[in-house]
Design a protein around this ligand. Structure first.
Ligand SMILES: Cc1cc2nc3c(=O)[nH]c(=O)nc-3n(C[C@H](O)[C@H](O)[C@H](O)COP(=O)(O)OP(=O)(O)OC[C@H]3O[C@@H](n4cnc5c(N)ncnc54)[C@H](O)[C@@H]3O)c2cc1C
Length: 455
């Protein structure tokens, strides 16, 4: 090949963050996305300060993020009796240099897509193109096999293939054909949104209940200035008998609230009425809490996995989307250091696969919700003063350890150099590469004057 060209399988949060990063550092790319239309699907997700920092470095700042969510102010665990177990400030209030954002996943997705298309042109994302497999060629290139929505097929050759095609990744299945099926631990989540009044600080993430039976609630929009009402995201969770076999279900099955609301009868407090919140849902889905067993490597020659394809994890740590964004930036930094090719992918794999695989397993153990397990074990969830059950120092120590593993320890993050410094690009400038074909045919990163690429 006369010039590097990266193919990204999957235009979700991770794939689009990768594309925006490659555009920024001057690497030509094309995103192949299976769905035909980009729609704002999903409900709430959290962007941790480490990921928000990376978005800011991609020139997706506060103004843009405020259109898809709001800065989080507090993270709190509350027992079934309504008493606090743990509460801490989040984002800027906690001392991070960057906020944590609670956002609507679908709106964030559309924001990333539209930003990419504005910077790189409409050819950046080829919708209705499903990657079905690949081969590493003897000359170091990769042949990528694609099926279009109309059933026709094509093969494209590239320098590197990034499999960002989600939890059901075809690239991962090709790389690890013997991987076990999806793993389900027995928890079912019903997720949805309700228009309502925000609680506590006005932007608090609240986990209420026990580790086997809980609700998680947080707003994902700024309140309407007239009504004071916001979009409240909620996740109602229950651990059931695994023989019920819901683990192989769809990622997001639309569901009627009546199917599950009875599990939360009586969860009424002076500041929160859970049944009322669920009953007034704008939308509700059922999805099993699933992940995948870690694999020993995310790299196979010129192919690497990224985001959920690499490390689908339980959402207990609120870091699936954040980690996908971090992956994209680390990959970009490795390309700046090693050039576009196998060496960069190997460096990326060496840096992330081991530690993030450990994080997957740690989230299986309930992640930061592990404090609820401890309360349950020590007092069956019944307490007047939490200090008698878990002393403050032990609670703080538990949370500090989780943050260190997840990469959002405050001091560490604040003093870390940017993953990609402003103006950094891959060694060979795009302008020196031969550009061939009509603008709509050429790889997206090849635009002569890309926005956000200053070097
Ligand atoms: C429709 C949808 C809704 C979601 N809603 C939520 C939510 O409400 N809360 C939450 O915590 N998480 C949600 N997630 C998951 C969350 O987005 C991810 O856990 C996280 O953001 C990591 O992103 P990712 O890009 O790795 O994976 P994803 O965001 O899952 O993106 C993967 C992308 O790859 C595409 N794709 C799949 N197979 C192929 C293929 N073979 N070839 C080409 N493209 C392919 C998919 O269409 C998708 O766009 C949702 C995912 C999807 C796809």
């Amino acid at each position: 090949m006369s010039q590097p060209h990266v193919i990204i399988a999957g235009g979700g949060i991770g794939g689009l963050a990768t594309a925006l990063t490659l555009q920024q550092i001057g690497v030509p790319f094309t995103v192949f996305e299976a769905v035909r239309d980009v729609a704002p699907l999903g409900v709430g997700i959290n962007l941790q300060p480490n990921a928000v920092r990376e978005l800011y470095d991609m020139e997706i700042g506060e103004e843009a993020l405020d259109t898809v969510g709001l800065p989080a102010k507090e993270w709190a665990l509350v027992g079934l009796n309504g008493n606090d177990i743990y509460a801490e400030p989040r984002g800027l209030l906690a001392g991070y240099n960057w906020p944590q954002y609670a956002v609507h996943r679908g709106l964030l997705h559309v924001l990333l897509h539209d930003t990419l298309v504005a910077r790189s042109g409409p050819g950046a994302v080829r919708l209705g193109h499903r990657v079905t497999g690949y081969e590493n060629n003897a000359d170091g290139t990769v042949a990528v096999h694609v099926e279009r929505a109309d059933g026709t097929r094509l093969s494209e050759t590239c320098t590197a293939l990034i499999g960002a095609d989600g939890i059901h990744s075809a690239v991962r299945a090709h790389m690890h054909p013997d991987q076990p099926p999806i793993h389900w631990g027995g928890a079912v989540m019903w997720r949805g949104t309700t228009t309502g009044k925000p609680f506590r600080t006005g932007s608090s993430f609240i986990g209420l209940g026990t580790h086997r039976h809980r609700v998680v609630i947080y707003p994902i929009s700024h309140p309407d200035p007239v009504t004071g009402l916001a979009t409240i995201n909620w996740i109602a969770e229950l651990t059931v008998d695994k023989s019920e076999g819901r683990g192989d279900g769809d990622w997001f099955r639309p569901v009627e609230v009546d199917e599950f609301i009875h599990h939360f009868d009586g969860w009424t407090y002076d500041w929160l009425d859970v049944p009322d919140l669920l009953r007034r849902a704008d939308i509700a889905y059922e999805n099993p809490m699933i992940d995948r067993d870690p694999v020993p490597t995310w790299q196979d020659g010129g192919v690497a996995l990224l985001g959920d394809a690499a490390h689908a994890m339980y959402p207990t740590g609120s870091n699936g989307a954040s980690q996908a964004i971090i992956d994209a930036r680390v990959l970009g930094a490795c390309m700046i250091e090693h050039g576009v090719g196998e060496a960069a992918l190997a460096a990326y794999d060496a840096k992330l696969c081991g530690p993030i695989s450990k994080l997957v397993l740690r989230n299986r153990g309930a992640g930061p919700f592990g404090l609820l397990n401890m309360v349950d074990e020590r007092c069956g969830g019944e307490f007047d003063n939490i200090d008698d059950v878990i002393p403050p120092a032990e609670r703080d120590d538990f949370m500090a350890k989780y943050k260190a593993v997840a990469g959002f320890a405050i001091e560490q993050l604040n003093k870390a150099a940017p993953t990609i410094a402003p103006g950094q690009r891959v060694a060979k400038p795009v302008d020196a590469w031969t550009v061939s074909g009509a603008p709509s045919d050429r790889p997206a990163g090849q635009r002569p004057t890309p926005r956000g690429a200053s070097g």
